[in-house]
Design a protein around this ligand. Structure first.
Ligand code: FAD
Length: 318
């Protein structure tokens, strides 16, 4: 079922949803299931599964030289979506990237997703590869998320790439896109970034999921500014509990966001790892309560590995 239908069916009640990251290549998938199992008690209508950019690895050739190879360290997004859907009877939402894929390869994935009965996709550009100064699409790939949205919307209209074949089915994917309450780091201004978001919605996006934020006012302002320029689709807030001390540096750097001083102070006061995790849980509980009062359709949690903290938050809220 589409995310937008789940939201409609909930009739104003806020839903619980979360995002997981596929295991590193070679790790057992059981660990992922062990983390998801306790979250299913809170009846998420959907689970997002991220996709990773390819990266370079250097293989020791034994003669003092290294050989550079390209690999995806966290493969399996489509397979995990199918497996979770089957195992838990839940809708799964694969993240589909522009980066690293030609439009042709993307079409191939979209056909697979349709055959698997997957109704939702989050369409993203992806970041630059680690060694690249800026994002570069592969030859024949989509350059911005808006182009990927357009490709999916065309398929929904019954058109393959280049009108190569006549389609006898229409997939009707529900399309999510990313939004940034604190602005995407490459964007020259908030106004310009919002306009880009509107282009994605105008191209066919059905809903927005936000980057994580730790100050709800940023989300409230973002929603108001989006509405003011005619973005009328649901805007789902993404929440991540701070879990370790190094998040104070990593989260602002990687996700280009600010952490509120009060949160930083609370974390810095902590004497143990457990205490830091508890601060993150309590902060996320307060954020979630306020967001629910505001009437958000879903609170979407970034679980990124261990889920015990999300379970504690969900127990208080859902
Ligand atoms: P876009 O919407 O294409 O925007 C990228 C930048 O280009 C923005 O600054 C925008 O303002 C600008 N822009 C857009 N269109 C144009 C245009 N026509 N001309 C000029 N500038 C333009 N990354 C992953 O690798 N895997 C994931 O699974 C993943 N999941 C994510 C989930 C969420 C909810 C979010 C918020 C992010 C996720 N990301 C993921 C990160 C995301 O890929 C990066 O933030 C990426 O840098 C931008 O992706 P986008 O889809 O927002 O890009």
């Amino acid at each position: 079922m589409k995310i937008t239908e789940h939201i409609k069916q909930a009739e104003g009640k806020t839903l619980f949803s979360f995002e997981i990251v596929p295991p590193v290549k070679g790790q057992n998938i059981q660990k992922l299931y062990d983390n998801i199992d306790p979250l299913m008690e809170f009846k998420p209508p959907f689970i997002d599964v991220t996709t990773s950019r390819e990266e370079y690895v250097y293989l020791d050739k034994g003669n003092g030289l290294l050989e550079r190879k390209v690999t995806r360290m966290r493969p399996g997004t489509v397979g995990i979506c199918a497996s979770l859907k089957h195992k838990y009877n839940v809708d799964t939402v694969p993240h589909v990237l522009c980066g690293g894929f030609t439009r042709e390869e993307t079409e191939y994935v979209l056909v697979d997703l349709h055959y698997l009965g997957i109704d939702n996709i989050v369409a993203l550009r992806g970041d630059a590869m680690k060694h690249e100064p800026q994002f570069t699409p592969v030859k024949g790939g989509n350059n911005y998320a808006v182009e990927l949205v357009d490709q999916i919307a065309k398929m929904n209209d019954g058109k393959f790439l280049n009108d190569s074949e006549e389609m006898q089915y229409k997939p009707d994917f529900c399309i999510g896109v990313a939004g940034y309450p604190e602005k995407h780091f490459e964007s020259p201004s908030m106004k310009s970034d919002l306009q880009r978001l509107k282009e994605k919605v105008d191209a066919g996006a059905d809903y927005v999921v936000t980057q994580m934020f730790f100050d709800n006012q940023k989300y409230f302002d973002f929603v108001a500014a989006a509405k003011a320029i005619g973005i009328n689709v649901p805007i789902i807030p993404g929440i991540k509990p701070v879990a370790v001390e190094r998040h104070l540096q990593i989260l602002p750097k990687v996700f280009s966001l600010d952490l509120p001083d009060a949160l930083v102070k609370e974390v810095e006061k902590c004497k143990t790892k457990e205490a830091i995790r508890q601060v993150g849980i309590e902060w996320a509980i307060q954020q979630s309560k306020e967001l629910i009062d505001f009437g958000v359709p879903t609170v979407h949690y970034y679980s990124m590995g261990k889920s015990d903290n999300i379970v504690k938050i969900a127990k208080e809220i859902f």
